[in-house]
Design a protein around this ligand. Structure first.
Ligand SMILES: [Zn+2]
Length: 440
């Protein structure tokens, strides 16, 4: 095992990789035979999910999702994620590290962005914890659960209310005159996590990191959570009786930063799941899936309606609601040492620049972007990449940089890229019916 280097991306990624297990392809085979996809799905290589491929495959199916509750379109942002070229003049650029110059959706339900945001957040929390520890703060990991068997929107509402009440109670407790000097300020950062059952229903829970100069005894945190649960239930006319481990507490030792960073990654739930991590499947008697499993089920040729419904109701439940929250004082600690953005950017990385109209065309060819990125990793001068460069150059010489294109022009551009990639650019156009009618 290598020595831990705190505050670097690599140390975090190492920690995160440690919690990742290869994603078995069996989750696709679970789809009944007549429902199995006929197209090749290649977003899993060497047991690792290709997040970009998965995003493309999944977003194709949500395009667009119309929710019944509001009649509004959901999942649209994910559909356009990584496809909208930011600057016509600059186009986009591909390197072994990915694609730059395109807009990302930043949704927690997007395979690419959830992963990205989770890394950013985990790094922030990791810095916060490290600085806080130096400043004499104490930390504990807290998992909060509710006894609910209701739809995910109501679960979300119950959790949000219980969490709000609990934080309020905790603040009141530590601020109580006689205890103030003993405990100091209380801060809590949290993220939802989710498991999905075989019937498509959801089970939410909350993972969080509590911070104070001295944290009150575990029994206090637990008792106050139980009270908050009951109260939140009353608000929604539900009689909730908290289970024994409804507030599960785990210590972080001051000398254990490696473990802390691992926890941060792990406890961001959805992110590690999307990137192929494992969920905390404590109760093995219940077969439950991770969010990543759900995405894979959506990505097959003919996803079952229940998985589409499952995803839809999840989007709906969290529309306008936050997936994560960072405590203010924890945020302050994190900002004490902002990451340096030097070495990585100065490092010369081989890249291919593609004009915006070429990029538009490429993004409508299935797996094309991923293919370029993969090839860049292997050999930036491969015959295939030479062909990509040549096609781009040729198109540029024909159309220049900023012309307004007619339909005929588009067709020709698409044709040239289709020849280069050997597959159709109409991938997006031929929508695979998601089995449900849009109600717009
Ligand atoms: Zn995205």
């Amino acid at each position: 095992m290598e020595e831990q280097k705190p505050n670097t991306i690599s140390s975090f990624q190492k920690a995160q990789n440690a919690s990742i297990t290869p994603v078995p392809t069996r989750s696709i085979a679970l789809v009944p035979k007549d429902r199995q996809q006929t197209e090749k799905i290649d977003f899993i290589t060497n047991g690792k999910i290709d997040k970009w491929e998965l995003r493309d495959a999944v977003s194709r199916r949500f395009a667009p999702i119309v929710t019944q509750m509001s009649g509004k379109e959901r999942g649209k942002s994910i559909q356009s994620c990584g496809r909208y070229v930011l600057s016509k003049r600059e186009g986009v650029s591909y390197s072994e590290k990915g694609i730059s110059g395109v807009a990302l959706c930043r949704s927690w339900f997007c395979p690419v962005c959830a992963h990205k945001r989770a890394i950013e957040l985990a790094e922030k929390l990791e810095r916060g914890i490290q600085n806080g520890l130096i400043d004499g703060q104490q930390y504990k990991f807290v998992t909060l659960t509710l006894p609910t068997d209701v739809d995910v929107s109501l679960q979300q509402a119950l959790y949000a209310e219980a969490l709000r009440l609990w934080k309020e109670k905790m603040l009141t407790y530590v601020k109580y005159e006689k205890r103030k000097s003993q405990y100091g300020e209380f801060a809590f950062s949290s993220s939802y996590d989710i498991t999905i059952r075989d019937n498509g229903t959801h089970h939410l829970h909350i993972h969080g990191i509590a911070q104070a100069k001295n944290l009150p005894p575990d029994g206090i945190l637990q008792a106050l959570w139980n009270k908050s649960v009951v109260k939140s239930g009353e608000l929604y006319a539900r009689k909730l009786t908290p289970k024994k481990d409804a507030c599960y507490i785990d210590d972080i030792r001051a000398d254990d930063t490696r473990r802390a960073s691992q926890y941060v990654a792990k406890y961001l739930g959805i992110a590690s799941e999307v990137s192929g991590g494992t969920a905390l499947k404590k109760n093995s008697s219940i077969t439950s899936m991770t969010f990543g499993d759900l995405l894979q089920k959506l990505a097959v040729q003919t996803p079952l309606k229940k998985w589409i419904r499952s995803y839809k109701s999840l989007l709906e439940a969290f529309q306008g609601n936050r997936w994560t929250q960072i405590g203010r004082t924890m945020s302050k600690y994190a900002e004490m040492t902002e990451p340096e953005e030097t070495s990585e950017e100065e490092e010369e990385v081989e890249s291919i620049s593609i004009s915006w109209f070429s990029a538009n065309s490429i993004s409508s060819i299935r797996g094309a972007s991923s293919k370029i990125i993969k090839e860049m990793k292997k050999n930036p001068n491969s015959p295939f990449l030479k062909k990509v460069r040549a096609t781009n150059d040729e198109l540029n010489s024909i159309y220049g940089q900023s012309k307004h294109f007619s339909n005929n022009d588009w067709e020709r551009i698409n044709k040239m890229w289709e020849e280069t990639f050997g597959s159709s650019s109409k991938w997006w156009g031929y929508g695979v019916n998601d089995g449900e009618k849009n109600t717009s």
